[in-house]
Design a protein around this ligand. Structure first.
Ligand SMILES: C=C(O[C@H]1C=CC=C(C(=O)O)[C@@H]1O)C(=O)O
Length: 391
């Protein structure tokens, strides 16, 4: 028999948090956050066991979509390596119906339109996303998938969240994100925004060259600076001192190179919880764009997608306010045998639509590579192409 999948799971490099069952849940939207934030502050402060009290869940991408935040009935917070190590094999599955909802053609057109709007001065950056949907021959074993993702992404954040509580057939968002929206420990707050990317390559020399080219690329540096500026501007009024390097570094996941900047600050008000900080920062231009309002409008106009909690913020806040919130990317929504994999890419005026499409396909490999045999991982190809590969 399969072990139950917890309602919430987040395993980062230094901490694993598991939440089972629901003791109390909180409702509302990002457009009007004050009431539910106050309810959560109150519930955590009133807890009879403040060391154990925590709220877990996710903020959606959309301003009017519901937040998914709850106090688990039972929780485990461990500073040990997550319990899910060891598995590294692919979970052999065969997609039996693929790409019914693949929006790749529409995505290329949308990127071209967005880049044109940016060159025309309508906005500076927008992140456009697409999804590919497949039905596999058996329901994925989510615990096994988490184990594979965790083993392959030891420096990232592997997660799972039940996004449709109460449904007879659970829907889960499952992924391995490389991006820390913020972490709070006492008065120290850290954010590590990523933006500007290049797919990894199996050839080690070409792979290193791609990383070096990424670091020199004016287009990717521009994309990255926009995100750093937003995070710095959002944290500056809340912190006394902000420390970060002016030059980004290159960081790696198994599928991607990214430009990355670590930003650290000291909070002015130690009552400001990590959840309140997440609400202040989210959505950064790593998932939305700049200006935020204009980017949301362009996303609504150009994207044929309900993002749900993809490109939201997922994490936990403990009584006292400490916690971690990550950017919910490199993930899939899994409902029974249906798997919907998401990926987005930051668009600026000089973006090439075909390269942005290739970037989203590479990002999808985080989940697809853990779920499917390798010959099935790349996006839809004709039967003839597949036959060629197998020859
Ligand atoms: C929106 C995604 O990635 C973001 C995070 C890192 C780099 C990104 C980029 O270079 O476009 C994206 O902003 C995604 O993986 O779906």
């Amino acid at each position: 028999m399969r072990a139950d999948v917890p309602a919430f799971f987040l395993a980062g490099p230094t901490r694993t948090v598991v939440g089972e069952g629901e003791r109390e849940s909180f409702h509302g939207t990002l457009r009007a956050p004050e009431r539910w934030l106050a309810e959560i502050d109150g519930a955590l402060a009133a807890s009879d066991d403040p060391r154990a009290a925590l709220v877990v869940g996710a903020l959606p991408f959309g301003e009017d979509a519901p937040v998914r935040l709850f106090r688990p009935a039972r929780a485990l917070v461990s500073d040990a390596w997550g319990a899910t190590t060891g598995a590294s094999r692919a979970i052999a599955r065969t997609p039996i119906d693929r790409a019914a909802h693949d929006e790749s053609g529409g995505f290329v057109d949308a990127v071209a339109q967005a880049a044109g709007a940016i060159r025309g001065g309508a906005l500076k950056k927008v992140v456009l996303a697409r999804a590919t949907e497949l039905t596999v021959d058996q329901r994925p074993d989510v615990n096994a998938l988490l184990a594979v993702l965790r083993a392959r992404n030891p420096h990232g954040f592997t997660y799972s969240l039940d996004v449709a509580p109460g449904a007879s057939d659970p829907t889960r968002l499952v992924g391995a994100s490389p991006e820390l929206l913020l972490s709070r420990r006492g008065t120290t707050v850290v954010s590590v925004p990523l933006a500007g990317s290049s797919p990894r390559c199996a050839d080690p020399i070409e792979d290193r060259e791609r990383a070096a080219r990424l670091l020199r690329s004016p287009k990717d540096r521009h994309e990255h600076e926009i995100v750093v500026e937003h995070v710095v501007a959002s944290l500056a009024p809340l912190t006394r001192a902000l420390r970060f390097e002016r030059e980004p570094v290159v960081s790696a996941t198994p599928t991607m190179w990214h430009l990355s900047t670590r930003i650290e600050g000291t909070l002015r008000d130690r009552d400001l919880s990590s959840l309140r900080l997440a609400v202040a920062l989210h959505p950064t231009p790593a998932v939305c764009g700049l200006p935020t309002r204009a980017a949301r409008e362009w996303i609504a106009r150009l994207e044929a997608l309900d993002r749900g909690y993809f490109t939201g913020a997922l994490g936990y806040t403990r009584a006292g306010g400490d916690g971690d919130w990550i950017v919910a990317i490199r993930c899939a929504e899994i409902a029974g045998a249906r798997v919907r994999v998401f990926a987005g890419a930051g668009i600026v005026g000089s973006s090439d639509p075909e390269l942005e499409l290739a970037e989203t396909s590479a990002k999808m490999r985080t989940v697809l590579g853990a779920l499917l045999p390798s010959r099935e991982v790349d996006p839809p190809r004709s039967h003839a192409e597949r036959a060629d590969d197998e020859r």
